[in-house]
Structure formats: structure tokens, C-alpha cells
Design a protein around this ligand. Structure first.
Ligand code: FES
Ligand code: FES
Length: 173
């Protein structure tokens, strides 16, 4: 069996895999990354979306051997300790989920779309998430969440002196 080396959420794994093993099954069944769900197994729903070398990928449409030498990030790799990623916070704040099954994939795809368009319009968000299906929410709150997450990510990346809430008052003379 082929032996692969893959980094998942910052940890490097060496695994022997069958050539037909899908990345999503490697993640869930071998590495315990059950935060990445399987919705359809046919590349249609986007629930299994992760990032593969920095870009979003449906992990049910990638063979584990194709991930050899790559860096994978799943929804479980986004938080920093107890601190959620801004996009996770935004989905929570905007009530952008009901059953939550689509949410890991939505969040991973949303973060990816901001790499090309950091301040997306509603239309751009809807277009960017076309490959991710949600059966519950009607998408409106998801769109708002992505735009909110985008604003917060931009704020966090801005130089400190441009952040109003971190600006220091001049000492009284
Ligand atoms: S489970 Fe991968 S796209 Fe649906
Ligand atoms: S919240 Fe249920 S599928 Fe999206």
C-alpha cells in the first residue's frame, strides 16, 4: 500500500493508505477528524470541504494519495485554543445554522472565497458558496455571517493603529 505524509491541522501524519481511500475517510476514520461531515459522498453538497494547500477542496472528491505532501486544514484546525476563528464567531452571531451539518464546509468555503474577494457583496457570497448546500437556513443568515466574518478578519489583519478600539489616547499634559 502507498505510504503518504500529510499535515492535518498542523500535525504531520504518516499513513499507509489504499489507493482508493478518499481523503474524507482518512480524515474521519483514521485521524478522528469527525468535525468534517459527509453529506453526499459525490461532490455535490460541500459538507466535507477542507482546505488543501490553502484552497478549499471537497474531501470526498480527493483521494488520500493525492494529499501526499500536502497541508490540510479542517474545521477543527481553525480555533486558536479557546478562541474561535472570526468566521466561526460570525456564524454563531448571525444564527447562520440550524442543524449545523453544512456548517463546517460552509465556513471553510467562506474563508477560501475571501482570499479572492476580502469584501464580498451578497451576490459574490452567494456565488462563492454555490457548491455548498444548506437544507435548513435559506442562506440569508449565512450570507450575513460571511460578510460579518469578512469584516472582522479584515479588522484583525489591519495594523493596530488603524483599529479604533485599540487606538491609545495621548497622555494628558
Ligand atoms: S460529502 Fe463531499 S461534497 Fe457532499
Ligand atoms: S444548517 Fe442544516 S443543512 Fe445547513
Amino acid at each position: 500500500m502507498p505510504r503518504i505524509t500529510v499535515s492535518v491541522d498542523g500535525v504531520t501524519y504518516e499513513e499507509e493508505v489504499e489507493p482508493r481511500l478518499l481523503l474524507v475517510h482518512l480524515l474521519r476514520d483514521r485521524l478522528g477528524k469527525t468535525g468534517t461531515p459527509i453529506g453526499c459522498d459525490t461532490g455535490n453538497c460541500g459538507a466535507c470541504t477542507v482546505t488543501l494547500d490553502g484552497r478549499s477542496a471537497k474531501s470526498c472528491s480527493v483521494l488520500a494519495v493525492q494529499a501526499d505532501g500536502s497541508e490540510v486544514v479542517t474545521i477543527e484546525g481553525l480555533a486558536r485554543g479557546q478562541e474561535w476563528h472570526p468566521m466561526q464567531e460570525a456564524f454563531h452571531a448571525e444564527h447562520a445554522l440550524q442543524c449545523g451539518y453544512c456548517t463546517p464546509g460552509m465556513i471553510m468555503a467562506a474563508i477560501d472565497l475571501l482570499k479572492d474577494d476580502p469584501d464580498p457583496s451578497e451576490e459574490a457570497v452567494r456565488r462563492g458558496l454555490e457548491g455548498n448546500l444548506c437544507r435548513c437556513t435559506g442562506y440569508s443568515n449565512i450570507v450575513r455571517a460571511v460578510q460579518r466574518g469578512a469584516r472582522e478578519m479584515a479588522r484583525q489583519e489591519a495594523p493596530r493603529e488603524t483599529r479604533p478600539e485599540t487606538r491609545q489616547e495621548a497622555p494628558a499634559s
